[in-house]
Design a protein around this ligand. Structure first.
Ligand code: AMP
Length: 418
């Protein structure tokens, strides 16, 4: 038998209820913040991601699903959505219609990573992007949106780690000093960090290797390199979060992997997840539009990992009872009466009811068993007598009560129950 590809998962019907619950919460909160849904293609030109995320990042360098299509064009499955949204904003000149854009999205993403708990090759993200404002209130709005999502889902036990990379100049100054420091300690660094020192030195700060952590404790602190503009932005943001009562921890080693971040970067972390402790994160990307050949456009965004949110909610028992109830099961006593039964079912469905009938021509007993399994609220048995007398017996499965009703006006009975 052919199996699914490693690192992908089938979402079977029993899991879907949880996904729908989360999706409806995400949509509700996004709309409360006046964010509009955006859907862009699953694949894009590879260049879009290599130019925005950065050639030397793990995502572009090792993890992207890229292939040449039949027209010899290099195409990649999207590893994230910020670049695609920036492309769509420029392509459709959306900022000309509105100086501030607020978008949210939900969908599958693809990265060739080593699968483990909370890490897949096809995974799902919810994200939100606020495009057009350089002010810290937009950073605060994105962070508050995420905090509200966690609150609505009942996730309380998380940490918000926050840092500032400063503007391009402060980030570049810091980078130089960090490289100098790391070079002095190069021999003591882990193999991976030695490689990163050459390719993406800021990422060395992310290292979880014990040898590195000791050295990094002595590393220059990025926050000491912020110029006045960058410092003001960060302090204003923290003041808004303080005023809202949003708790955070300043984490000067948080850099996040992608090239396009400047100023604010943040991450939501949960102990419940183990090694892959990030539930989501984001930051400001004021230079991304410029790097993609557009006009400089300040923007800030975030992405949350849905599989990881589900892991936490399952572990903490945060899902409400999501059992789907069936309104009515119609039992057929004689299969020659199928057309009556089907027309009753259709009429009631058109009245908004969830109705099931047997498709396997099973015995009365098996149909009753199925109705019980489906937790039907009502049951009707239809045989020759019911059709002849035009009278149906409706059984309320919750209390056993029986009511007789005329076949022609059966929908009236159910309307009264609603
Ligand atoms: P990133 O775009 O890397 O900042 O990821 C944002 C969030 O998406 C992370 O915090 C994770 O929760 C989730 N995520 C990223 N990569 C994966 C993956 N391979 N499998 C599952 N979730 C992921």
């Amino acid at each position: 038998m052919i199996q699914n590809v490693k690192g992908t998962k089938d979402l079977l019907p029993e899991a879907i209820a949880k996904w729908q619950y989360i999706q409806s919460t995400l949509q509700k909160i996004s709309e409360q913040y006046n964010y509009e849904e955006i859907r862009t293609p699953i694949f894009e030109k590879t260049e879009l991601f290599s130019r925005s995320i950065g050639e030397v990042t793990d995502i572009v360098n090792k993890e992207m699903y890229s292939f040449l299509d039949k027209g010899e064009e290099s195409i990649s499955l999207r590893p994230e959505l910020t670049a695609s949204i920036a492309r769509a904003v420029m392509q459709h000149s959306l900022l000309r219609q509105n100086p501030i854009l607020r978008f949210w999205y939900f969908g599958p993403f693809f990265r060739y990573e080593q699968p483990q708990k909370g890490r897949q090759r096809q995974f799902h993200q919810y994200g939100a992007e606020c495009i057009g404002s350089r002010y810290p209130e937009s950073d605060a709005e994105i962070i508050a949106l995420a905090v509200n999502i966690f609150n609505s889902l009942g996730i309380k036990d998380f940490k918000l780690a926050i840092n500032s990379l400063g503007n391009t100049e402060s980030r570049a100054n810091y980078r130089e000093t960090l490289i100098e420091f790391l070079k002095e300690n190069e021999n003591k660094l882990s193999k991976e960090s030695q490689i990163r020192l050459q390719t993406n030195p800021l990422r060395v700060l992310d290292s979880k290797a014990e040898a590195d952590i000791e050295i990094l404790n002595q590393a220059p602190n990025i926050l000491n390199f912020l110029d006045t503009e960058s410092r003001n932005h960060f302090e204003e943001l923290l003041a808004i979060l303080d005023y809202q009562g949003i708790k955070y921890e300043i984490s000067s080693k948080l850099v996040r992997g992608l090239d396009y971040y400047s100023h604010t970067v943040f991450e939501f972390q949960s102990h419940a997840l183990g090694a892959q402790n990030a539930m989501g994160g984001g930051g400001r990307y004021d230079k991304l539009f410029l790097e993609l050949g557009g006009e400089e456009t300040p923007a800030v965004g975030l992405a949350l990992g849905i599989e990881r949110i589900i892991l936490i909610m399952e572990e903490k028992g945060l899902f409400p009872n999501l059992e789907k109830k069936l309104d009515l099961y119609i039992v057929s006593l004689d299969h020659s009466n199928q057309k009556y039964l089907i027309s009753i079912a259709e009429k009631l469905r058109q009245n908004g009811m969830a109705v099931a009938t047997d498709l396997l021509r099973r015995s009365l007993k098996s149909q009753m068993r199925e109705a019980n399994k489906m937790k039907a609220n009502y049951l009707i048995v239809i045989g020759d007598d019911e059709i002849k007398t035009n009278l149906l017996t409706i059984k309320d499965m919750r209390n056993g009560e029986q009511t007789q009703y005329s076949l022609n006006s059966i929908e009236e009975f159910f309307k009264k129950q609603q």
